[in-house]
Write a protein that binds this ligand. Sequence first.
Ligand SMILES: *Cc1c(COP(=O)(O)O)cnc(C)c1O
Length: 332
Amino acid sequence: MIDLRSDTVTRPTPAMRQAMAAAEVGDDVFGEDPETTLLEQEVAALLGHEAGLFTPSGSMANQLALRLLVGPGEELLADVQAHVVRAELGAAAVFSGITTRTWHSEHGRLVADAVTAIAEPNAGAYSVSTTAIAVENTHNFGGGTVQPVDEVRAVQAYAQEQDLGMHLDGARLWNAHVASGVPLAELASGFDTVSVCMSKGLGAPVGSVLVSTRERVAAARTWRKRYGGGMRQTGILAAGARYALHEQLDRLAEDHANARLLAAALDVDPATVDTNIVFAEVADPGAFVAAAAEQGVRLMQLGRTRVRLVTHLDVTRDDAERASEMLATLPR
Ligand SMILES: *Cc1c(COP(=O)(O)O)cnc(C)c1O
């Protein structure tokens, strides 16, 4: 089976397993797991922030950040297809009492005017006040879209002027970096909080890292424990994440090339394929996914007219070529 459902399906390579087995470990709730502390410091330094916090999932990293930036009864603005809005099961509302309003976009691509048009900072005693804005880079449901730096800067300038918090959901910031050549620290600058996933295309089995100021990360550490996310000998996981960072970052370019190949086979506009995610329009996604599965390729239906294909560490060039040839023969 060639599994194109998601870049979360990757399994640790033998070399990664070796690094994990060799990890020095301690109790991370006591702050005594050296490998985890190293990972947190390394990711924070790469992203140009003061401190980092290892979390079990990207959703937890996002939710810790949002609760630090937005008070109960206050408002977060996000893209209509943002992961924090569509795929975290209402966590911001359930855990933090946060209300959300969304802006529309083409393929998840940020346009600053769409954000500032709906923002309502300091709305007074009658309306809900906007207190933070979330940006997703790359944009998952938008199709792995890399955000234009000038639009990000324009939103940040507005946020600064209005004293609003800025969160970056950078689950796939690694892909944005490799595709655009923009340094990670530049992509992460101007945000109060940034989350990155180690377990997407990068290929670690588990975990995300939240970075921010020392003060915010200390608060996030307390909330992580309160949420039940205080973990013990996490060095085994952190070693996998560090291995992924050191050995499997540059190869994301191969995933991007494989995604372009798949897109061409399905007549998808290449301008909509920035990184490792392809959305194809088909008449009957359920039937298309079933037909592909019969031929050994797993895809995901996302929405009423779309299927999603995601390339990753466990999809070789040969896999991508074979999948492309087969998919091109299916009725759409
Ligand atoms: C995968 C993902 C996350 C985190 O998901 P978890 O499954 O909770 O690790 C967050 N944001 C985006 C954009 C994602 O694609």
